[in-house]
Write a protein that binds this ligand. Sequence first.
Ligand SMILES: CC(=O)CC(=O)SCCNC(=O)CCNC(=O)[C@H](O)C(C)(C)COP(=O)(O)OP(=O)(O)OC[C@H]1O[C@@H](n2cnc3c(N)ncnc32)[C@H](O)[C@@H]1OP(=O)(O)O
Ligand SMILES: NC(=O)C1=CN([C@@H]2O[C@H](COP(=O)(O)OP(=O)(O)OC[C@H]3O[C@@H](n4cnc5c(N)ncnc54)[C@H](OP(=O)(O)O)[C@@H]3O)[C@@H](O)[C@H]2O)C=CC1
Length: 278
Amino acid sequence: MKFGVIGAGQMGGGIAQVAAQSGFDVIVQDVQQEYLDRGRGVIEKSLAKLHEKGRLSELPDEVLGRIRFTMDLQDFADCDLVVEAIVENQAVKNALFEQLGGIVKPEGILASNTSSIPITALASASGRPERFIGMHFMNPVPLMALVEVIRGYATSDETARIVTATAQKMGKTPLTCNDFPGFVSNRILMPMLNEAVQCVMEGVAEPEAIDGIMKLGMNHPMGPLTLADFIGLDTCLSIMEVLHAGLGDDKYRPSPLLRKMVQAGLLGRKSGQGFYKY
Ligand SMILES: CC(=O)CC(=O)SCCNC(=O)CCNC(=O)[C@H](O)C(C)(C)COP(=O)(O)OP(=O)(O)OC[C@H]1O[C@@H](n2cnc3c(N)ncnc32)[C@H](O)[C@@H]1OP(=O)(O)O
Ligand SMILES: NC(=O)C1=CN([C@@H]2O[C@H](COP(=O)(O)OP(=O)(O)OC[C@H]3O[C@@H](n4cnc5c(N)ncnc54)[C@H](OP(=O)(O)O)[C@@H]3O)[C@@H](O)[C@H]2O)C=CC1
């Protein structure tokens, strides 16, 4: 299978890495050489770590050798499956899928790793709604077991079957849901993270205490503010906005502090500062 990934950020890089570990030939695109180089560096570090722990069946260079990096979308023409992992913005994703729909061979499947944007809307933009699906990996992709598979209104059974089988070949457990705002994962997770931000804003407790309470009290592997920093506060805000607009209930209102931090460029780990400094 020829596996395409658009976006070499934290998710795109992880998806490309795991696809290559599974034996697929992978091509990764981003809009600037600098982002491709950064993505490659992250993949190299992750492969080295997995190798060191005896969790790779091949040498890191053999896996890396199956990944090609490009800035040219035309290189995706012969892909069997393309997973998009660019910024969480519907207009930007729509424009990309309009383009990809005209480039990738007609039998190729297009998938989005979106956290919350309606799969059915992106499917319409692609011009091939039967061969369009949500393939939602979790962060960090090399370590997390789940792929949330989201069927759009017109996704065919064949597309769902191929994508489910591909996720299994990647060593993941695919679980399927329908196309509602935030799907299952972020409809449940993100209001909790947003509430943690609201607790900071209201002075309920310091960030360290909020995270400690949820880690030690609920056995969560990361506290909610650490996790929000890890995901990216810009991505968290975009997801809350989709939930708020899509479900029309004020219980999904993004915390004003979350919005202010994003406006200030405090995006979490990827910008060097969020609730914590990195
Ligand atoms: C927003 C969305 O749309 C959807 C989402 O993805 S929501 C986010 C979902 N993800 C989560 O909720 C993650 C929550 N956190 C966790 O599950 C855990 O903290 C974790 C799996 C990330 C790490 O687990 P852990 O074993 O308890 O922590 P930790 O000891 O720090 O890390 C384990 C090892 O993995 C390594 N590691 C971390 N990321 C890695 C990666 N990408 N590749 C390879 N190794 C990695 C660490 O370096 C560490 O190595 P050492 O043992 O040598 O130090
Ligand atoms: N972060 C997370 O925990 C998770 C995120 N997701 C989803 O995955 C997607 C990517 O998120 P994440 O990896 O965190 O984001 P990042 O910001 O790390 O990466 C996004 C990448 O896409 C690039 N990009 C932006 N616009 C375009 C474009 N038009 N064409 C090609 N590349 C582009 C970005 O470049 P630039 O730097 O120029 O913006 C960047 O390299 C989002 O939809 C997000 O919701 C899903 C699961 C978990």
